[in-house]
Design a protein around this ligand. Sequence first.
Ligand code: NAP
Length: 243
Amino acid sequence: MENLNNKVALVTGGSRGIGKGIVLALAAEGVHVAVNYQHSSDEAEEICKKIKDNGGKALAVQADVSEEAEVRKMIEKVKNELGGIDILVNNAGIAKKQNVEEVSLEDFDKTIKVNLRSGFLVTQEVLPYMRGKNWGRILMISSVAAQTGGVVGVDYATSKAGQLGMMRYYAKNLAEEGITANAIAPALIDTDMVAGLGGVKPEIIPVKRFGKSEEVANLALSILKNGYITGQTFNINGGMQPS
Ligand code: NAP
């Protein structure tokens, strides 16, 4: 497995939930981590303080990842303070549980913009640094919803499925340059997002519990440390198998 010590990572939506778990796992490997957030500055700063107190390097960086100008500014800031990004985890996302008839065009566009278009915006901005080093890791946090439709809504399932196509394109076209792209497709993980869905019970998962952010982070680390895995989707779903 590759040593990630002193690599520079950006985790979008690193302030809470799955992103936070991945940030802490990367920092424990000696990675210098940029913790992106939109609103949760206290949470992001607290994570960075914890990493720095343990001798690591971290930077909290605010940006709405669905906005091009904010993404540009964020990548520039990370480059100036930590260096060019080697590892990108496209994790930031939103989920609003709605029935088929409730999802408006506005809802659909917003979910696509935050969950899917953001992956394109951030990846395109980060790629020149990876290509310059002939080394890079791109990881999309997709969802079992991409495979089964899921429990959130048509907008969410569509955005998560789109991430898989995006990942495969980057994987195929960047493999020769030492850049891998993969995706993780979790089922229900115990985070604010799932708490906010309301009425979704762990009983719908075969193992009868929600997953933990640490379990997703552990898988993320294995993927990011392996240069021979690319173009793959890894399911972590407590047995909730894709049909
Ligand atoms: P969460 O607890 O709600 O955290 C969401 C994170 O995304 C927060 O850090 C939030 O920042 C950030 N974020 C949201 N919109 C943003 C924007 N426009 N710009 C920048 N940051 C933004 O969610 P989670 O459960 O950890 O989910 C993380 C990812 O995993 C999402 O892509 C989600 O779709 C996916 N996923 C989750 C589950 C699950 O069961 N939890 C299952 C499958 C896939 P602030 O803190 O600043 O608001």
